[in-house]
Design a protein around this ligand. Sequence first.
Ligand code: GBH
Length: 609
Amino acid sequence: MQHHTSRLPVALDFSGVWVNCVSRRMFRVEEAQLGMQPLTASRCLEMEEGHEEEEAQDSLVRRLMRKYMEHTLHEITYRATTKHASATSAGWAISRDLLPDDHQKEELIKRAFSDPAFMWGCATSAYQVEGAWNKDGRKPSIWDKFTHDGRAFKGSSGDDACDYYHRYEEDLARISEYGFNTYRFSISWTRVFPLDEDGNMYMNEKGVQFYKNVLRILADRGITPIVTMFHWDLPAELDWLDEEVVDYFLRYAEFLLATFPEVNWWSTFNEPWTFCTMGYALGLHAPGKQSQYLQYRCGHNVLRAHARAVDLFRRKFFRPGMKIGLVLNYDFPFPKDPENPHDLDAVQVDAIKGVGWFADPIYKGDYPELLKEIIGEHLPRFTTEEKNLLLKASNHEYNYYGLNTYSGRYVEAVHNHSWSPKQSFWKDDEPIGFPFIHAWLYKVPQEILLHLRWVNDRYHPPGIIITENGCADPGNTEYEYTVDDWHRVGFFRDYLAKVAEAVFEGIPVVGYTAWALIDNFEWADGYQRRFGITYNDFGRQCHGRFGGFPEMGVIKTYETYGWLKIGSVYLNILQYAIMGPHYTSSYCTSLYLNIAIYCIFHRQKMGQL
Ligand code: GBH
């Protein structure tokens, strides 16, 4: 058999093999076949035989592979050629050595976060992990409705999710196993305080008991809970567009504060930007409405609800040491042309539209003037009384800023007009960073530093917790290929090194909770995105869980590094190369890429490489 491989450099050999195994077959595969095929050596050989090289794809893939040398092949080559190459029991893993640069970053991280009081943890949200959607008196939320209407990927839903409702003990045990002292999770409103037919909310004891159990376990283990009141699962009867939702939320918040006095760290809302924009402008999240300005009505009610809930907290529940905050997401942009002052303006406009929309009212008492100008009459206005209440929400005694961030992007002023910055992830045929999810998640560590600086300079919050940061494993669904997770570790390491820089600059970062404890229901994307630091085998009704990130605090997960993981990341390169940014299913290619990788190892074993 002919092989397109020679000895060195290893990385380029890889591209040859990949083309052989992957490129020409990836479009013909029925999705149903995927994941089911046992990945045997004979299957690999079978795939290679009888297939002609397709020049066009070959050169495309090669071109892209070369492009990525800098990003990752460098690491691959390093690991592949190092004398430490060794085989594990599976026979395929090679070196797990760190690159010299990685050591420096880890030293930085260790120094920055050496304070034992630093809150290290991971996060989940109720609808994404619990399952048991109609058990023990839980009532439907807008997400039950949305998913049951078939609006999430392939008709999936959180009906079962990770079955955490039944398996929480096992999952919570991992938090301390991983060396964390903090856990961020949300409470399902309709599990603890659903509405009856008359629209009155009542306590559902079994639901309350569930969270009491969770909190008991955390307390026994010395883990600090950060509890989110609302992570998008609104009771199905309510709507963020109606003003009465504010009263409902207030009563729900009061119920939680009274029922769970063991909780010291609260957040009212997770990512109002996301649930208002995705839910009311883009229609991609529940309740699935699409309208240009409704998101501002949603946001307005959320801000009112936040302000009133914090006021209630302050008056009735506050004890020294208790905190309450709002969690805001944003991915800090870069000027597409750093020389163009309009693009520089666009960065600021974008940040004001993305962060200022919610943070300005709380830290400055009103919407940014610029937002008022841009949105005009479609932006509701606060009364003086509301403004005062909003400002109190950022009182340093109890406030913290919850910051969720993942990606970076470019912004560009359109026709030199910065009001509606155009965003993109590519410039001159180059992505802004390594693409984990081509639609939005690129690895841009510098982003988190710029983001922290911007927030700190504009708002001076007494403390910032990075309440979410992490990445999804692109497309892969097979345990063997997803658990050897050094790309994910690389993501955390590089972002954390930037957070460390922020800490040395004096920005008050007091905690970091990685998203997510476990692979879970990724909203509209269903189960195709694996954000977990723990692998979850959904295929077997969640009966497989595998720890993937043992000690985040000191980043020591290299024991679990392996080669196959690399393949799952590279699939994104192929996607772009061949189908361009319109290609949305990464699932198909990833399996094939892994088969390709398998082929490499097979050959290596056979002494052909
Ligand atoms: C967070 O959102 C959520 O809080 C969390 O529940 C979720 O699991 C996690 O991130 C991972 O996604 O599909 O191109 O329209 C992060 C902010 C805003 C990122 C919406 C994805 C959708 C982009 N998200 N965005 S697109």
